[in-house]
Design a protein around this ligand. Structure first.
Ligand SMILES: [Zn+2]
Length: 315
């Protein structure tokens, strides 16, 4: 995807060339005008997606070596934008994609682990923001995989974030993606021998969600939580968030659900949220136990709940 600056340069280039046309005869000029019109339309179409700048977050695009987390669950994201690959006997599942420009990095990471990128059959996301869904449209086109989303997230996924209650500006901030199937809280997702449960954890977006995965390695079974932590996006008072009337109640439900979960290992949408770089260095051997950290999870949730309660007091 081209960024806004490149698109403007492209428009300017077109304009300059338009000025020099007047020396041609009228028929040729008409053809060229049509051609320029087509180019301009293309430019306008391309301009309709405006990914917010992430220059303040170089860690979002910095490469990170992929690794096996536990059993058939692998980390294939960037330094901070977590993407997860779940391998199965009937093709693979990819959860999240990072930024629009991250598609080739994810593909390389999957291949470096010895898997085929084109074996991705199912696409999932933890939340429809550009830093987790930016390359989803591209990866869906490349692989032909199906995209299943939590029901309340479908509209935002389909319009590229245009209608996002907090970040929506009327212009898509990631390429809109066609949704193939809707999920609801507690739904079981099965592909081959893999089983995941989708947990609706709204607030951050209307359809933010987490996944519980049962997986086993050579030694034992693990229940792994891929958590979407309920950070607060809106700067408005909850009562003033007219595009999301139930927001405060949704956060409250999400905190209650997240505190009640049982799991052996946990990871999250951002590497920084679960302390990936503190827990594991790039050359470390396979060791699922480093993600066995209930205390870290409880603290992360408690800290966010304090922020939520402070935000409520603004009412
Ligand atoms: Zn987000």
């Amino acid at each position: 995807m081209v960024n806004a600056h490149q698109q403007f340069s492209f428009s300017f280039f077109t304009f300059e060339h338009q000025q020099s046309l007047f020396m041609f005869n009228s028929s040729l000029r008409r053809q060229l005008v049509i051609f320029i019109f087509a180019l301009t339309s293309f430019t306008l179409t391309a301009q309709t997606v405006q990914e917010p700048t992430s220059t303040a977050h170089p860690e979002w695009s910095r490469p990170f070596p992929p690794f096996r987390i536990a059993g058939n669950l692998y980390y294939v994201g960037t330094w901070d934008l977590a993407c997860y690959l779940v391998t199965t006997t009937k093709g693979n599942i990819l959860i999240n994609t990072g930024l629009a420009a991250s598609a080739s990095q994810i593909k390389s990471s999957i291949e470096a682990l010895g898997f085929r990128f084109f074996d991705i059959k199912l696409l999932l996301t933890t939340q429809a923001h550009f830093d987790h869904l930016g390359a989803m449209a591209t990866i869906k086109k490349m692989t032909g995989a199906k995209l299943w989303v939590n029901g309340p997230e479908a509209a935002v996924v389909s319009d590229g974030g245009r209608s996002d209650y907090a970040m929506g500006t009327g212009v898509p901030f990631f390429e809109p993606v066609k949704v193939d199937s809707l999920l609801k809280h507690g739904d079981t997702i099965k592909l081959g021998d893999a089983v995941l449960v989708m947990l609706s954890h709204p607030g951050h977006t209307k359809g933010s969600c987490s996944y519980l995965l049962k997986t086993r390695d050579e030694k034992r079974w693990y229940t792994v939580l891929i958590a979407n932590l309920p950070t607060i996006v809106t700067e408005k008072k909850f009562a003033d968030e007219t595009d999301y009337p139930g927001i405060a109640k949704d956060y409250a439900k999400t905190f209650a659900s997240m505190k009640s979960l049982n799991f052996d290992l946990w990871v999250a949408s951002h590497a920084s949220q679960f302390g990936l770089h503190r827990k594991r260095k790039p050359r470390d051997k396979y060791n699922p136990a480093v993600f066995n950290d209930r205390a870290g999870y409880d603290k992360a949730i408690a800290d966010l709940q304090k922020q939520y309660e402070a935000h409520l007091k603004k009412q």
